[in-house]
Design a protein around this ligand. Structure first.
Ligand code: NAD
Length: 472
């Protein structure tokens, strides 16, 4: 059985007490990890603090070489990483392979953009008293960073934190999700065992709320970088005190299908957006607002496309949907669908549950108060809403506490321009699903969906402070 190891700095360690990770697909034990305590979290933070002081003058060229080496070694171990993701979280193997490729690119892009992370001169002579002075600012690392990640993209979302934070010169204490500790460990191992590694600049601890809270509450880290749910995000915000915090939280992504849209294409893409990774994507398509003129045609096409998606064994290359992360998640999906139907929703596809599996559900005649509409479902459930026009759709889309990504399918360029301005979201997509993310983009939400932006170039800025200089 493969065991995830703690890293206290670059030194591997373990604990007597271990916990098992069971495959969401077949319930077999797939990995084990040591259970860390709050003391372990403090120990890792202390090591990070010392390492940061020691490597303050490390060269950017070395840190860039470090990331490139990690990316190259990840390329050599692509299949092993993909299998580890599938083993731990039940993601269909073809999508685990895509995630590995994306993680390689995230690390490479972090190395690329690090070369241009710079300050600029400031025209102090624009103020009378600033005469004959010279001023500029530099970007400097924040110090110790705590990185906490969720289960749904356990590799790439970790790469989005570790790579920019380390290349910017910070020391990092990383707590991967307890659902995929081995994936997190293997990634950390690549960093720690690299021939270009700066010793002790990365530590790894395991656990859930206790260890997470200890990391967040400590005075040592200067920045908390968190990706996960809104309830945990709220706790982190309360616990963090005065330090930088980035929160990449949940959403309930929506799209509008206009009457002039290519309905066949829109429907087949919406089936992907709603059901990929069994809906366990923060930008999973959850609400579809369809112009009344094309509603019936769209609903029928969506149902037909959805029925073609293969639900099954995540190790088979043509499987589109695997299990949910655990049985509780599948039971919750079932309960929310049942409750919506009891409140008057009509099931186009009812979405039955089999253990940890939940089959795709498409619901119509939904109301704004139903959980499947106003909460983040994080399961393969999508709602269809018939609307008279764009104006009605955008009001409903924006009537949400979340604001991660929205999209529109239309040929009307004037409408596209209005939508770009009207959408209350961190990102908008035109003529495709809101589930689209390119790792080079700035990515993050407004409202409850979070604070700050990831995407290597933008994360690099968030992992640095501006230091202002005046020479008199
Ligand atoms: P989660 O919030 O349950 O857990 C995320 C991480 O927080 C885990 O590592 C967990 O151990 C840790 N944690 C739990 N309690 C903590 C505490 N008190 N202090 C510190 N850390 C604590 O999320 P999850 O179920 O793993 O992931 C699903 C959620 O993540 C969804 O809501 C999804 O939308 C969101 N998500 C957001 C993005 C984004 O980029 N916006 C991306 C992926 C997932």
């Amino acid at each position: 059985m493969e065991e995830a190891r703690i890293y206290f700095g670059s030194t591997p360690a373990t604990k007597e007490e271990k916990r098992e990770v069971r495959s969401p697909f077949n319930d077999k034990v797939v990995s084990i990890y040591p259970v860390c305590s709050a003391d372990d979290a403090h120990k890792a933070l202390k090591i990070a603090q010392e390492a940061f002081a020691k490597h303050k003058d490390s060269l950017l060229s070395q840190r860039i070489a470090w990331l490139r080496d990690v990316a190259n070694r990840l390329k050599e171990q692509k299949e092993e990483f993909a299998l580890t993701i599938t083993k731990e979280v039940g993601k269909p193997i073809s999508f685990s392979r895509i995630e590995v490729q994306r993680a390689i690119e995230t690390i490479e892009l972090s190395a690329d953009f690090a070369t241009s992370l710079a300050g600029e001169t400031i025209n102090t002579d624009a103020t009378q008293s600033g005469r004959k002075t010279m001023s500029f600012y530099k970007r400097v690392p924040v110090g110790v960073v705590v990185a906490i990640t969720p289960f749904n993209f356990p590799l790439n979302l970790s790469a989005h934190k570790l790579a920019p934070a380390l290349v910017a010169g910070n020391a990092v204490v990383y707590k991967p999700t307890p659902e995929a500790p081995l994936t997190g460990y293997k990634l950390a191992k690549l960093f720690i065992e690299s021939k270009y590694a700066l010793p002790d600049m990365l530590s790894v601890v395991y656990g859930d709320a206790e260890v997470g809270s200890a990391l967040v509450q400590s005075d040592i880290p200067r920045k908390i970088s968190f990706t996960g749910s809104v309830p945990v995000g709220k706790i982190i915000m309360k616990n963090a005190g005065i330090k930088k915090v980035s929160l990449e939280l949940g959403g309930n992504a929506a799209t509008f299908i206009d009457k002039d849209a290519d309905i066949k294409t829109a429907a087949s893409r919406c089936a992907v957006g709603a059901f990929v990774n069994s809906g366990q994507v923060c930008i999973s398509l959850q609400r579809i607002y369809v112009h009344e003129d094309v509603y019936e045609e769209f609903a029928q096409a969506l149902a037909e496309d959805t029925k073609k998606l293969k639900v099954g064994d995540p190790y088979e290359p043509d499987t589109f949907m695997g299990p949910l992360i655990n049985e509780d998640a599948a039971i919750r999906a079932q309960r929310w669908v049942q409750s919506a139907i009891e409140q008057g929703a009509k099931a186009i596809l009812e979405g039955k549950r089999e253990g940890r599996y939940f089959y795709p559900a498409i619901l119509a005649d939904v109301t704004d108060e139903m959980e499947i509409v106003c909460e983040e479902v994080f399961a393969p459930i999508v709602s269809l809403v018939k609307v008279k026009n764009y104006e009605e759709a955008i009001v409903k889309m924006n009537d949400s506490p979340y604001g991660l990504q929205f999209s529109i399918f239309t040929k009307d360029i004037e409408l596209i321009k209005r939508f770009v301005d009207d959408a209350e979201a961190g990102g908008v997509v035109v003529n495709d699903i809101p589930t689209l993310r390119f790792d080079i983009q700035p990515y993050g939400g407004v409202k409850l969906s979070g604070i700050g932006r990831e995407g290597p170039r933008f994360a690099l800025e968030e992992y640095t402070e501006l230091k202002s200089v005046v020479i008199v």
